[in-house]
Write a protein that binds this ligand. Structure first.
Ligand SMILES: Nc1ncnc2c1ncn2[C@@H]1O[C@H](COP(=O)(O)OP(=O)(O)OP(=O)(O)O)[C@@H](O)[C@H]1O
Length: 358
């Protein structure tokens, strides 16, 4: 697996970005942070659109910048597929010609991803003869992602690719991004300030605040850490990875196995054996000290309290360990006292709502 090394400083009048990151060479890494945190600047440094000082940018064996060795590869010689918020397609060219334009920029022997493959991955085969003006925002963005892919890049850089789209269009595109991630080895750096989007898509997360890297790690671990701001968002959620082990036709339920046990979910077109990612919101997890009986809630797991921290409005956030999977729960401080919760306490986590992501 290719590793990415990104290091450097970008100094502007009222802003300094300082980064030193070793990131996985595959999967989606999200750069997450508030507006002005430096996410886009970091992405632009990888593309060579910004030249950091004391810089080192390595994508696997490719060295794009190494100030010690006085190497700086200009943007047009870096094999990056850039996707922006605005699809930026050529309005006078058909979708097919937009795609071919991207592909023709690289020599034939470097083409690893065929046009057909890019078209298939983004599901745009039926749009090839149309011009961009006649496509929806979501379709345009799928074409723009396919165009970037068709250049067979070493890395995909996506700067808020869904930010200009409404919720419906966003949810149309997310499955395609997941598919790219599942089927291609190309690492994707993905800028976003939407936590829900990131928790659906990312494998790894880099948290930026005012130009500094606050933390970098696996998404499943970052989302539940109480020393980071992510757990305190209203939509805070844990990511749970599991595998479908059974489909119950009679009750229309899927059984998903994860480290903490079996999860029962209303069937959602899943097939046995399939790996799935689930999102469990902190507000949907309640706690009890006794194994729940006679309850309509199907899912309850043994877990241990790892950490507690006060949240706003008299609520408390609780980080839980369900035999290797981190969960979050948000309950009242009164309940914390009633249940006598403390670090290390064994409890049962009852989960009301679970969203299947893939
Ligand atoms: N070309 C530039 N010249 C001077 N300052 C800049 C330039 N580009 C960005 N900045 C400043 O650098 C800081 C970081 O900007 P950047 O766009 O990287 O943040 P961001 O985290 O991507 O924010 P957003 O989510 O709003 O896009 C901001 O204070 C911004 O005003």
């Amino acid at each position: 697996m290719k590793n990415l090394l990104l290091k450097g400083k970008v100094t502007r009048k009222n802003f300094e970005l300082d980064f030193d990151l070793a990131l996985p060479g595959s999967g989606i890494t999200a750069f997450f942070g508030e507006s002005g945190a430096g996410k886009s600047t970091l992405l632009r440094a990888v593309a060579g659109l910004v030249q950091p000082s004391d810089g080192q940018i390595r994508i696997g064996d490719e060295i794009w910048q190494d100030d010690e060795k006085k190497i700086f590869v200009p943007t047009h010689k870096r094999s990056v597929g850039f996707v922006f918020q605005d699809a930026a397609l050529f309005p006078h060219l058909s979708v097919r010609n937009n795609l071919q334009y991207g592909m023709k920029r690289i020599p034939a022997e470097k083409r690893v991803i065929s046009l057909e493959k890019a078209v298939d991955l983004l599901g745009i085969g039926h749009l090839l003869d149309r011009v961009p003006d006649t496509l929806s925002g979501g379709e345009q963005q799928r074409v723009s992602i396919a165009r970037a892919l068709a250049t067979s890049p070493d890395i995909m850089l996506m700067d808020e690719p869904l930010a200009a789209l409404d919720m419906k269009r966003k949810s149309e595109i997310i499955p395609y991004l997941m598919r790219l991630n599942a089927e291609l080895e190309i690492p994707i750096l993905y800028v976003s300030h939407a936590l829900e989007e990131v928790s659906m898509l990312a494998d790894h997360l880099v948290l930026l605040e005012k130009g500094k890297v606050i933390a970098s790690g696996k998404i499943s671990e970052m989302l539940t850490r109480l020393d980071l701001p992510l757990a305190y968002y209203d939509v805070a959620a844990a990511v749970v990875n599991g595998q479908v082990i059974e489909e119950d036709r009679e009750y229309c339920l899927s059984t998903i196995r994860f480290s903490g046990g079996n999860i029962l979910l209303p069937s959602a077109n899943l097939s046995v054996g399939q790996q799935v990612r689930l999102r469990v919101q902190a507000r949907d997890v309640s706690l009890t000290t006794e194994k729940p009986v006679n309850t309509s809630i199907l899912n309850a797991f043994e877990a241990t309290v790892v950490n507690l921290s006060p949240d706003a409005n008299g609520q408390v956030l609780i980080e839980l360990d369900a035999k290797g999977t981190r969960l979050l729960s948000r309950i009242t401080s009164k309940s914390v006292n009633t249940l006598k919760l403390g670090i290390g306490k064994p409890i049962f986590a009852q989960v009301k709502g679970i969203a299947v992501i893939e």
